[in-house]
Design a protein around this ligand. Structure first.
Ligand code: PBG
Length: 331
């Protein structure tokens, strides 16, 4: 019997039913992969929408506790706190950053006191407290490195005292990981984990976040003297190597979707816990597309997160975390 011409390879055989597709699927997105960034503001019982991030709100501390409980119930392992600091508390010296009673520290203690079973991550950088809107101190139009690192150490120690589990330095000053690790060790916080924003790019995708933390109005100029040039990939590998040598436990690439090549290179080269931050602008674009009916919001959300797993990430910071958890649980 002679065979009719046939395709040499029938790849569609492995796509023909959901069972077979599931059997050969290479990557899985789970609730365990989620870190949920939330915004804190002062007041009581307040949930205030962030206009440029549909679905995201700024919460007063009591509502942050509710959010943490909801996240824990959904199985989300980590909540990440970002403060919207009242403009009257912003100064040139950024003293509010290490106030033991600032919003981040109060929220941390409130979540802990409520006995909620969730890990707490905090952000180390001066921008929410800085009258200049930058992540570091500004003098004569320059961002000061070493003076800023000293302040970041004070900020991180106040967060460790309040009880955070993971400290995320997002400032991009040189030497901060080593300085933070040394100070945490010296002060009895040797179990506090450092997730370094190692490859953090000077990105246009942070716009909505700066609205959310109220830093847009203050910021003069851009952050390109400390955040990385989007044109560079090798430099990211040097940043990761440096931060690991200084004591980072986990590393992050930020933004996420436009930098998947960096995620993959980091995982392949260093084989360390690797995270991506799907930032505010990425979130806002997806929500805008969905709200206009231009894309299927849920489908695009899931696809936009699966791509990080494919690129080698162990987890993702995403504003979609609770929504994703609900989708995954309903399967
Ligand atoms: C600043 C910081 C930024 C984000 C997290 N920490 C913004 C910036 O560097 O200007 C951005 C997160 C997002 O866009 O979702 N320390």
């Amino acid at each position: 019997m002679s065979l009719a011409p046939f395709p040499a390879a029938r790849y569609r055989r492995l796509r023909r039913s959901s069972q077979i597709r599931d059997l050969v699927r290479e990557n899985t997105l789970t609730v365990d992969d989620m870190i949920w960034p939330v915004f804190i503001r002062d007041g009581d019982g307040v949930e205030e929408p962030v206009t440029s991030m549909p679905g995201v709100v700024r919460r007063s501390v009591d509502k942050i506790v509710d959010a943490a409980r909801e996240a824990a119930d959904l199985g989300i392992p980590v909540i990440c706190l970002f403060p919207y600091t009242d403009p009257s508390l912003k100064t040139k010296g950024c003293e509010e950053a290490w106030n033991p009673d600032n919003l981040t520290n109060r929220a941390t203690r409130a979540i802990r006191d409520a006995g909620i079973d969730i890990a707490i991550m905090s952000d180390v950088a001066l921008d929410p407290y800085n009258i200049d809107g930058h992540d570091g101190f500004v003098r004569d139009g320059k961002i000061l490195n070493d003076e800023t690192v000293e302040a970041l150490v004070k900020q991180a120690l106040s967060q460790a005292e309040a009880g955070v589990d993971i400290i995320g330095p997002s400032d991009m000053m040189d030497g901060r990981i080593g300085a933070l690790r040394t100070a945490l060790e010296a002060e009895g916080h040797q179990d506090v984990t450092l997730m370094s924003y190692s490859a953090k790019y000077a990105s246009g995708f942070y716009g909505p976040f700066r609205d959310a933390v109220g830093a847009s109005g203050n910021l003069k100029g851009d952050k390109s003297t400390y955040q990385m040039n989007p044109a560079n990939g090798d430099e990211a590998m040097r940043m990761i190597a440096r931060d690991l040598a200084e004591g980072a436990d986990m590393v992050m690439v930020k933004p996420g979707m436009p930098y998947l090549d960096i995620c993959r290179r980091v995982k392949d080269q260093f084989a360390v816990p690797t995270f991506a931050y799907q930032v505010s602008g990425e979130y806002a674009m997806i929500q805008a597309g969905a709200q206009n009916g231009w894309v299927d919001g849920q489908k695009v959300m899931m696809e936009s997160l699966m791509c990080f797993k494919r690129a080698g990430c162990d987890g993702i910071l995403t504003y979609f975390a609770p929504e994703v958890a609900r989708v995954l649980h309903s399967l």
